[in-house]
Unconditional design. Structure first.
Length: 356
């Protein structure tokens, strides 16, 4: 582990701020960025001195390996501000651990944990005015790593760049979504990179998702690649099913992302004595439950969306509408998570991380 003194981070402040040009009540997710970004380069076998600098375009050679072999991984996180002006992250240790697991799978170097945390803290304190208080407001954080070595031979790069950019955010999905159960296309396969937040995982989803959107569906719930009989996760979310009063979700494997929100929902369910069965979930099981009325809810869980209820699904031409119910598990878990994240309720598991 490389140790770092926060004073060793090179900080170059932006001469002017663009914050006064931003309408925080009318944000489009992921389109507006704060004044600063964090950058650290990997050269000669080690990570160099980290920098926080004004958000700016980068010069990168067209032969950089990221463009040719897809060595790119990322994370999604959020920062929150309470009414006293304190800034919090939610389980950031999980994001740090996961980006390094993702990097390892793509033959990229680990990023030191203390660089990760000191970089985040320095950046967030500098751009603290961009974090608005109030439930539903947050600052979305995008750490990512790309291969920068200018060479097109098919092998891992020797140089990389770790970057964190920040984007103020409100709700990702404002309304319940309609989903299509995958029957042809696959998100990932056994032995692949589905468990990693590799950039290519998402690019490969865009085409089948666009086909679903033309049919009136916002997302696809992916099925296993070998048989398409088992439901695994949605495009940007892990997925949960409520059958009567039992919560059901697919187990982690090398095809499914180990979601931070997912594991938090499972823990909250245990705290509230809600039975949560982590098992393979078949398409036929959910269709049968929809037909006999025992399927009460489907909802997605992820950092950007937090909790997103599903209002309908289609499979093999069968369309099932899901009636939105009062006191739903989706609304219950969303409220619980938001209250913990915004420092409005007890944090019995120590998930909040205060930026001091």
């Amino acid at each position: 582990m490389i140790e770092i003194n926060p004073n060793e981070i090179v900080v170059v402040k932006s001469e002017t701020s663009k914050i006064n040009t931003v309408d925080f009540s009318n944000l489009v997710f992921g389109r507006t960025f704060t004044d600063h970004m964090f950058v650290c380069d990997f050269e000669d076998g080690t990570w160099q001195t980290p920098k926080v600098m004004p958000y700016q375009a980068m010069t990168i050679e067209p032969s950089a390996r990221v463009f040719h072999y897809g060595q790119a991984v990322f994370e999604g996180m959020k920062a929150y501000k309470d009414d006293d002006g304190k800034i919090f992250l939610f389980r950031p240790d999980q994001n740090c651990d996961r980006i390094n697991k993702s990097s390892a799978r793509l033959a990229m170097p680990d990023f030191p944990e203390n660089y990760f945390f000191k970089g985040l803290e320095t950046l967030l304190k500098l751009d603290s005015e961009w974090i608005k208080p109030g439930v539903g407001n947050s600052l979305y954080l995008r750490p990512f790593v790309i291969a920068t070595e200018p060479a097109i031979s098919a092998s891992p790069a020797a140089t990389y760049r770790f970057i964190i950019i920040c984007s103020p955010a409100k709700a990702y999905y404002n309304e319940p979504v309609r989903v299509l159960f995958a029957e042809k296309y696959s998100r990932s396969a056994d032995g692949g990179v589905g468990f990693a937040k590799a950039a290519g995982n998402y690019a490969a989803q865009f085409y089948p998702t666009s086909l679903a959107q033309k049919r009136g569906y916002q997302q696809i719930i992916w099925t296993d690649a070998s048989s398409h009989q088992y439901l695994e996760e949605a495009g940007t979310m892990n997925i949960f099913f409520r059958i009567n009063n039992k919560l059901v979700t697919a187990p982690n494997n090398d095809r499914i992302l180990d979601g931070v929100t997912r594991k938090s929902v499972i823990q909250l369910a245990e705290d509230m004595n809600i039975e949560c069965d982590v098992k393979r979930v078949s398409v036929e099981e959910i269709k049968t439950a929809a037909k006999d009325g025992s399927l009460k809810e489907i909802f997605g869980a992820g950092t950007a969306a937090v909790i997103s209820p599903v209002s309908a699904f289609e499979h093999s031409g069968d369309v099932f509408e899901i009636e939105q119910i009062e006191d739903s598990y989706a609304s219950l878990f969303k409220e619980k998570l938001l209250r913990i994240q915004h420092n409005l309720s007890e944090d019995k598991h120590g998930w909040r991380y205060e930026v001091k």
